[in-house]
Ligand binder design. Sequence first.
Ligand code: MN
Length: 504
Amino acid sequence: MKIRVLDTTLRDGEQTPGISLTASEKLRIATKLDDIGVNIIEAGSAITSSGEKEAIKKITSAGLNAEICSFARAVRVDVDAALDTDVDSVHLVVPTSDLHIEHKLNKTREEVLNQAMDACQYALDHGLIVELSAEDSTRSDMDFLKKVFSEGIDIGANRICACDTVGMLTPEKSYDFYSQLATLGAPLSVHCHNDFGLAVANTLSGIRGGASEFHCTVNGIGERAGNAALEEIIVSLNTLYGKDKDYVSVVDDNYEFETDINIQEIYSTSKLVSRLTGVYLQANKAIVGENAFAHESGIHADGVIKNAATYEPITPELVGHKRKFVMGKHIGTKGLRNNLSELGIKPTDEECDEIFKRVKSLGDMGKCVTDVDLQAIADNLLELERDQKIKLEEFTIVSGNKAIPTASVKLNIDDEEILEAGVGLGPVDAAIVAIKKGIVDFADVELEEYHVDAITGGTDALIDVVVKLRLGDKIISARSTQPDIIDASVEAYLSGVNRLLEDN
Ligand code: MN
């Protein structure tokens, strides 16, 4: 059975505390959602502000394939605002629980029903597709809820949607609830919130109950604990409920659901949204987290190298992600050998044992071991003297009280002296800007991630900086630990750049 996807990253997702997207950022996300096959994009709520209206207009005039939708309360002014933006449809929301009707709207059920039908009719008369949606539906009187939907369907609402606004469903209740609504005679949507961490489970149950569309956001962003996460639902439908099941299930599960989503673009979509919203993911986030396909434990890494299916339910390639072996105190010799051979190092058994001991002792100190650390340990042990292409001769930083953070650097690249200066938001930024300008002819290196950690307590703490750098499609991480944050940042950055240049 085909299941349609309504993505509300740009509406419910943008209601996440602290997120505010510009119109062009919204367009970039909408374009990506369209590219990956989202059927309906809820682009915003047109009534919110003139800026929001402009953003929605930008999206409706971009020639996307998806149906573009605006959120609207069940009042004519909201429908008018939506009409101004040339959307295809409205997600027309009417509160159905007595709690919302009495305490939020100060109205009666009858008044709310009449108002909803008036707005629905008005939107239909103006050529909009209407998805009639019940807010707080899961705490509503079931007879009243069905009455709202049935009357809406009678006047021509195209779809109905029941929102679990504060995440009160369980998977069992969700199955029963959506099963009952699926018989009303219009395509049904499931909209779940994650207050109890059950949004995805409840969405899947709703689909099993008969919903033919689900609402979701990329990375599960949204108010409070967020919405059901697009990537988790899509991959579950594909792998756990799909027709390509290639595992033996413990229970009979002869149901299949398909979507139009291009699964291989799931990870890049997640990255785009986290970058533009500034909401970064926990490492252990399912499917798209940095650790979703990371293996540290020796037993696991060994199993994955022999046959990835031993400790991976899906391959990282399926969603466009990457497998990685993290080096720390749980690493085994097989995982270590694998990492070394990726660096082009083939030690003897004895050498490998010695490298292994040193990595373990770093791990015991609570450190993860980066590619460059491993390289340094191996170089040291195998007495490989590496030629550093880029050497730092000196640098000066000016920052502080009203001064624009400015850095000058003297670099030695292939015995040629290069002087550069840069300004930045802060001293570290200024130093990196200056170095980037100095090396631009040799390497166009992108700084993907930057982490700072104070190792001990006070302001005299040792500062541990780890950077992740990209050159083309090669990514490596490098670290430096020093008392000065700028020294550490510059050293980590340069040692990473030198490593990237060695292989090119
Ligand atoms: Mn919602």
